[in-house]
Design a protein around this ligand. Structure first.
Ligand SMILES: [Zn+2]
Length: 314
């Protein structure tokens, strides 16, 4: 039977979702841990805090279990047109513990108010030894054509070879390059590193990997089976933000599609709003438009904003 997923949008969605909650749920969120700015703060700390406050206002006890996954195996840079990693994984690029510390600090506001909430941090690499990781590796390496055809529009695939597209692979232990020649057979991963001129092989738990974000999120959800999935508003895109080559209009559609492929129960999504910088674009390190905003300011304006895009005006 096909799972039926529900999407709750922004503050109105948060309110209606909370009316159905008991307070004991498991809530999921995740981050590519390359720093933490006010835009990330909305989804990772302000929205769970607003959920807790809403529950309390209804006379319920917020005692949820909140799991934050640190996406250390995503490539630090990726070519979304050619489907090729352009850099090593986040784990070799950044000290993840610094990002974790910053997130923990932002969460103290919620935990001071609601000490019964249980927060845990999980590295995405810790899922490498799971059966689902093997399933994902098998699909993305040995059935790549089937995945690519469901994910990328046929007209975009014309004249391209699946062998030139990459969604998962080994990271070389020595030079930390993503190895495009990764194969997977009988539980053994193998690849050749040209820079180091050596053959690399091993089972999943012994190796370092990179994994494409759509498959990574779907895999994590399929393993964790949370009650509520918190994601940023950019997982649903406006027509001019959409990537034309993909079969699904939105990243969330692709994630749900691959999740259904892996198997799991129906999911309940809560989308947080996008924080817009002073230049009118999404606040991001990439656009160099990060404002220094206090937790209190972000929290109080998110409380009153109902739309996908929120902008902080001084
Ligand atoms: Zn190497």
């Amino acid at each position: 039977m096909k799972a039926y997923h529900k999407i709750n949008f922004y503050k109105p969605g948060l309110n209606s979702l909370c009316s159905t909650m008991s307070g004991d749920e498991t809530i999921y969120s995740g981050i590519r841990p390359l720093g933490f700015h006010p835009g990330n703060m909305i989804v990772l700390s302000v929205y769970p805090h607003l959920v807790a406050e809403n529950l309390q206002n209804q006379g319920k006890k917020p005692r949820f279990s909140y799991i934050i996954t640190m996406n250390d195996i995503e490539p630090a840079r990726y070519d979304f047109e050619r489907f090729i990693p352009l850099d090593t994984s986040v784990s070799f690029k950044e000290d993840i513990s610094i990002t974790e510390k910053t997130i923990r600090k932002a969460l103290t506001h919620m935990l001071d108010d609601f000490p019964e909430i249980n927060v845990s941090f999980v590295k995405s690499s810790s899922f490498q030894s799971s059966d689902k990781f093997s399933d994902v590796a098998d699909i993305l390496i040995n059935h790549k054509e089937k995945f690519a055809k469901s994910y990328i529009k046929p007209e975009y695939l014309d004249g391209k070879t699946y062998n030139d597209m990459h969604f998962i692979g080994i990271i070389c232990d020595d030079c930390h390059s993503p190895l495009l020649s990764t194969s997977y057979n009988n539980a053994l991963f193998e690849a050749y590193c040209e820079s180091c001129d050596k053959q690399v092989s091993g089972i999943a738990s012994e190796m370092n990997f990179w994994l494409y974000y759509v498959n990574l999120i779907s895999m994590k959800l399929s393993i964790l089976q949370p009650d509520i999935v918190l994601l940023g508003g950019d997982y649903i895109q406006t027509p001019d933000e959409r990537i034309k080559s993909l079969t699904k209009a939105n990243p969330l559609g692709s994630i749900m599609n691959f999740y259904d492929w892996l198997g799991g129960r129906s999911l309940n999504f809560l989308l947080g709003p996008l924080l817009i910088g002073e230049d009118g674009r999404k606040m991001s390190k990439e656009f160099n438009n990060i404002q220094d905003l206090s937790y209190e300011d972000v929290f109080s304006f998110c409380k009153s904003q109902c739309s996908r895009e929120v902008r902080f005006l001084k």
